[in-house]
Design a binder for this molecule. Structure first.
Ligand SMILES: CC(C)(COP(=O)(O)OP(=O)(O)OC[C@H]1O[C@@H](n2cnc3c(N)ncnc32)[C@H](O)[C@@H]1OP(=O)(O)O)[C@@H](O)C(=O)NCCC(=O)NCCS
Length: 192
């Protein structure tokens, strides 16, 4: 997927106020589909996220994530209070969420590094279309460059359930490596 950043994006710091959204880029998938890239979800996309998270037919999402509880049954407002910064990939023609990625401060183990957690989802019919690496790489850089920071280098981590090859492959392609001491029989913790 080719991503073209917007010119003249107004200044911002992360996280944005809830339901604020900034259009930061446009993108074209390998089959010519057009997308917009946004920091923040406005209310319409937050509602789409809730419905996507409740989708029982999305077996991989239900098996590999806690989103049904997090966004489907829980309140987006409560989740957002944890200083999370979501990014959205929106399919222009249909105005629906194709993918999200989010980041936020979250300690790992007991060491004092400046840890932030990462997470990513793509939604059918856009899953498996080769959109995720460039989208996630792009927004990860925007996040690390713009989040309020105490000065020390930001380290990212993600927990990937064992038996989730798509997410493992994506994390590896993005430069994450397994941290054995933080992993367990259910999940691999990968850091970057
Ligand atoms: C994980 C997820 C975000 C990956 O998104 P995607 O749309 O499949 O991503 P892409 O099409 O860009 O593919 C990324 C890479 O993973 C590979 N891949 C995707 N699904 C795969 C699978 N089931 N088995 C093996 N490899 C897979 C692709 O081939 C591609 O690798 P490549 O660049 O070497 O060709 C998506 O599968 C998803 O949302 N799954 C459900 C929720 C989830 O598991 N989220 C992550 C929780 S940690």
């Amino acid at each position: 997927m080719k991503i073209t950043p917007q010119n003249n994006i107004p200044g911002f710091s992360l996280p944005l106020p809830i339901y604020n959204s900034i259009h930061i880029a446009d993108a074209i998938g390998r089959d010519g589909e057009e997308f917009g890239v946004f920091i923040g979800l406005d209310k319409k996309y937050a509602e789409q996220l809730k419905q996507l998270s409740l989708d029982k037919k999305d077996v991989d999402l239900q098996k590999n994530t806690g989103d049904k509880k997090r966004f489907g049954e829980g309140l987006y407002e409560d989740w957002y209070k944890k200083n999370r910064t979501p990014f959205a990939l929106v399919h222009k023609q249909t105005d629906i969420l194709a993918a999200i990625a989010w980041f936020g401060p979250e300690p790992l183990l007991s060491n004092k590094a400046n840890w932030h957690t990462a997470a990513w989802r793509s939604y059918n019919p856009f899953r498996g279309k080769g959109l995720m690496k460039n989208f996630t790489d792009f927004v990860m850089n925007i996040y690390t460059q713009n989040v309020k920071n105490t000065g020390s280098e930001i380290k990212l981590w993600i927990a990937v359930k064992r038996g989730n090859p798509g997410s493992f492959k994506l994390a590896s392609a993005l430069g994450f490596q397994v941290l054995e001491e933080a992993s367990d029989e259910f999940s691999l913790v990968m850091t970057k």
